[in-house]
Write a protein that binds this ligand. Structure first.
Ligand SMILES: Cc1cc2nc3c(=O)[nH]c(=O)nc-3n(C[C@H](O)[C@H](O)[C@H](O)COP(=O)(O)OP(=O)(O)OC[C@H]3O[C@@H](n4cnc5c(N)ncnc54)[C@H](O)[C@@H]3O)c2cc1C
Length: 578
C-alpha cells in the first residue's frame, strides 16, 4: 500500500482480526500470550491465525506471487502484531527476512519457487551468524565445496531464529578457502528434501525475552545442496547479505515500536485510573511530563521508521544511511522510553502475573531484540560513522525525490532491494532537505519548531568541522576512534530531527489531534535533549498540549503515530489497576 488511507484500512482490518487484547477468549489476548511466554511455548496458534489473514504474503513481492509492495506496510503490520506479542511478530518476520536474500539475488524462477513456499506457509530461517564469529561475517566458517550438480556443506550456524522449525534455511557459506569479500555464497537448504542424518538441530536457547521463540542453530554434515538452490553468483554472498540487511533492519524497528506502544498504553491505563494525593497520576505534573516525553519518543521513532522505509524505495542509493540510522536510534530511544514508563508505573510493573503489568514486562524484555537482531547497534553506528565525512558534505537537495520520502501519501516507486548501495553516493536526503523544510514551516508560522530546527542545522556545521579535524588529527586511526562513533551518534539524532521536520512540512494529510505544531515541537525537544540534556526548550503549555494529543489518541483507542490507526475494540478500556 502506498496511500495512507489504504494502509490504514488494511492495518485496521488486521487489528480486528487480532481481536480484543483484554478478552481472554480472543485470538491474540494478552492472557494467552503471557501464558505461552511463561511456559516458553512457540505461538503456533497465533501464527496460524496471522497466516489466515495472509500476513506472511507481504514478505514476498507481487511478481513472485505475494503481496509485498512497500516496506512501510511490513512496519505497520509488525508494529500491530508486536503490540500484542513481539514473539509472534519476530517469528513471522524471520521468514520474511530470510526470503530477502532470494528477493535481492535470486532469479525470477527462484523468487517464485521460494515465494510460493512462503505463501503456502513454509518457515524459512536466515543462517548468517556463527558462534565464533558474530558480527565478523568474513570470519564465518560454514563451508560449501563444489560437488557434482551442487555443493557439499559442513559447519554450524548458531543463534538462528526458527532454525529447528524451519522448512528452509538460507545459508551464508564460505566457498573460497581464503575467504574475503568475494569468498562467500548464499545457498538455500531445503530441510524437507534432505536426508535427515545430514542435519542436526542445536539445542533451543533460553532467552531473556521472546521466551517462546525457536532460537537455536543447526549443524550440517556433508550436506548436499543442489546448484539450483544457489542464490546469485558464487562469491556474491556478502553483497547479497548486506543489501538484504537494509530492509530487514528497518522492518525490525516495527517490533520495538509495537512493544513501546503497548508499554505506553498500559501505563496510561494505570495513570488515568490510579489516584494518589487526591488526583490521578496522569495529572501529577512530573508524571504527566514523563508520559508526554514517552509519547513524543514513540511519535518520533514512528516518523524515523517510516521515512527510512520510504527512503529505501525512493532513494535506494542511500539505503545504508536510512536503515542504519533507524536501526541504531529507534531501539536505543525506545528502550530508554520503556524504562522511563516503568518508573511512572512504579512498583506494579514488577508484578508478573497481572495481565496488564505482566504484558508491560514482556514488552520491556522483548523490545531489546531490536537492538541486536540482524546487525547490532554498534555495527549500525559504524555504517554511519564510516561514511560520515561524505554525508556531512554540503550538496544540492533533490526535493522531488525527498518529497516521496517525507509525504507519506505520495506514490512510492516499486521495491528494488537489489538497488541498495552499501555506501551512499548522493548524501542523505534528510539533511539535504532540512533548509527547504524549515522554509515551509517558517511560511506556516511554526516559529518555535523553526528555531529548534535552526539549532539542528547549526549542529550539522559543527559536526562537519569536528569530523574534518578528527580526520586530520587521527590519520589512519580515524575510522576506529571512539570519537567518530560519538559523532555518528549525534549525526543519527540530527537525521531523525530532519526527518521529523521534513515529514511534518511535506505531509499535508495529517488530521486532528496531530495537526498542530505541538507534537513536532515535542519530538524535536526530545531529540535536542539527546544532544544537550540540560537545555530548556519547551514550557508547561507545550507539555499540556502534548498531553491533550496523547490522551485523545489513547481514549479514542488509536495508535500513537501520525497515521493514528484505529485499534481493536477493547471490552475493558482502561481497566482497573489492582
Ligand atoms: C534473539 C536473537 C535472534 C537472532 N536471530 C538471528 C537469525 O535469525 N539469524 C542470524 O544469522 N543471526 C541471528 N542472531 C544473531 C545476531 O544477529 C547477532 O548479531 C550475532 O550473533 C552477532 O552478535 P554480536 O554482534 O552481539 O556479537 P559479536 O560480534 O561477538 O560482538 C560483541 C560486541 O562487540 C562489539 N562489536 C561488534 N562488531 C563491531 C564492530 N564492527 N565495530 C565495533 N564494535 C563491534 C559490540 O559491542 C558487540 O556487542 C540472533 C540473535 C538473537 C539474540
Amino acid at each position: 500500500m502506498t496511500r495512507v488511507a489504504d494502509l490504514a484500512a488494511l492495518t485496521e482490518d488486521l487489528e480486528r482480526h487480532l481481536g480484543d487484547p483484554h478478552d481472554p477468549n480472543s485470538p491474540a489476548s494478552f492472557a494467552t500470550i503471557l501464558d505461552l511466554d511463561e511456559r516458553e511455548q512457540y505461538p503456533h496458534v497465533l501464527l496460524d491465525h496471522l497466516r489466515a489473514w495472509r500476513c506472511h504474503e507481504f514478505g514476498v513481492p507481487v511478481s513472485a506471487g505475494g503481496r509485498g509492495v512497500a516496506t512501510q506496510d511490513s512496519i505497520a503490520f509488525g508494529t500491530a502484531i508486536a503490540r500484542r506479542d513481539a514473539t509472534a511478530a519476530t517469528a513471522l518476520s524471520i521468514t520474511m527476512l530470510a526470503y530477502l536474500p532470494i528477493w535481492v539475488g535470486g532469479t525470477d524462477e527462484q523468487k517464485k519457487r521460494y515465494g510460493r513456499a512462503v505463501c503456502n506457509g513454509a518457515k524459512v530461517s536466515w543462517g548468517l551468524s556463527e558462534r565464533e564469529h558474530g558480527s565478523d561475517l568474513l570470519g564465518n566458517q560454514m563451508t560449501a565445496r563444489r560437488a557434482e550438480g551442487g555443493y557439499v556443506v559442513d559447519g554450524e550456524k548458531w543463534l538462528i531464529g526458527n532454525a529447528t522449525l524451519a522448512d528452509y534455511i538460507v545459508l551464508f557459506v564460505r566457498t573460497e578457502d581464503r575467504g574475503g569479500p568475494a569468498g562467500f555464497t548464499i545457498l538455500v537448504l531445503d530441510k524437507r528434501s534432505t536426508p535427515a542424518h545430514h542435519i542436526t538441530a542445536l539445542p533451543d536457547e533460553q532467552l531473556h525475552g521472546l521466551r517462546g521463540i525457536d532460537m537455536s542453530g543447526v549443524r550440517l554434515t556433508r550436506c548436499f545442496i543442489p546448484e539450483s538452490a544457489r542464490i546469485g553468483a558464487e562469491g556474491q554472498g556478502l553483497e547479497i547479505a548486506l543489501k538484504s540487511s537494509h530492509p530487514v533492519r528497518v522492518m525490525i524497528t516495527g517490533i520495538a515500536l509495537g512493544c513501546a506502544d503497548t508499554a505506553l498504553r498500559l501505563t496510561l491505563d494505570f495513570t488515568t485510573h490510579r489516584r494518589i494525593f487526591g488526583r490521578e497520576v496522569v495529572d501529577v505534573p512530573y508524571s504527566r511530563r514523563k508520559l508526554v516525553e514517552c509519547f513524543a519518543d514513540q511519535l518520533l521513532c514512528d516518523v524515523l521508521a517510516n521515512c527510512a522505509a520510504r527512503g529505501l524505495q525512493a532513494s535506494p542509493d542511500q539505503s545504508s544511511v536510512w536503515s542504519s540510522v533507524a536501526k541504531f536510534l529507534i531501539p536505543t530511544v525506545l528502550d530508554r522510553t520503556v524504562s522511563a514508563l516503568a518508573v511512572v508505573l512504579g512498583a506494579r510493573h514488577y508484578l508478573r502475573a497481572h495481565p496488564r503489568y505482566g504484558a508491560f514486562q514482556k514488552a520491556k524484555r522483548d523490545l531489546l531484540v531490536a537492538n541486536f537482531a540482524d546487525g547490532n547497534t554498534v555495527v549500525n553506528l559504524k555504517n554511519v560513522a564510516l561514511q560520515l565525512h561524505n554525508l556531512l558534505k554540503p550538496a544540492e537537495a533533490d526535493i522531488a525525490r525527498a518529497s516521496v520520502v517525507f509525504d507519506w501519501d505520495a506514490e512510492l516507486p516499486p521495491i528494488r532491494p537489489w538497488a541498495a548501495q552499501t555506501v551512499s553516493r548522493t548524501g542523505d536526503d534528510a539533511l539535504l532537505t532540512l533548509p527547504h523544510a524549515l522554509d515551509l514551516l517558517r511560511h506556516r508560522g511554526w516559529d518555535k519548531c523553526v528555531r529548534l530546527g535552526e539549532l539542528f542545522a547549526g549542529e550539522i556545521e559543527k559536526m562537519r568541522e569536528e569530523c574534518a579535524s578528527l580526520r586530520e588529527t587521527r590519520g589512519r586511526r580515524y575510522g576506529d576512534s571512539a570519537e567518530l562513533f560519538v559523532l555518528a551518534e549525534r549525526y543519527c539524532v540530527v537525521h531523525a530531527a530532519a526527518c521529523c521536520l521534513a515529514h511534518r512540512a511535506m505531509s499535508t494529510w495529517i488530521g486532528e489531534p496531530l495537526v498542530g505544531p505541538e507534537p513536532l515541537l515535542l519530538c524535536l525537544q526530545r531529540l535536542w535533549h539527546l544532544l544537550h540534556p540540560l537545555d530548556t526548550v519547551i514550557d508547561e503549555s507545550d507539555v499540556d498540549a502534548g498531553a491533550a494529543v496523547m490522551l485523545r489518541l489513547y481514549r479514542e483507542n488509536r495508535s500513537f503515530g501520525y497515521r493514528q490507526f484505529a485499534l481493536a475494540k477493547s471490552s475493558e478500556p482502561g481497566g482497573e489497576p489492582r
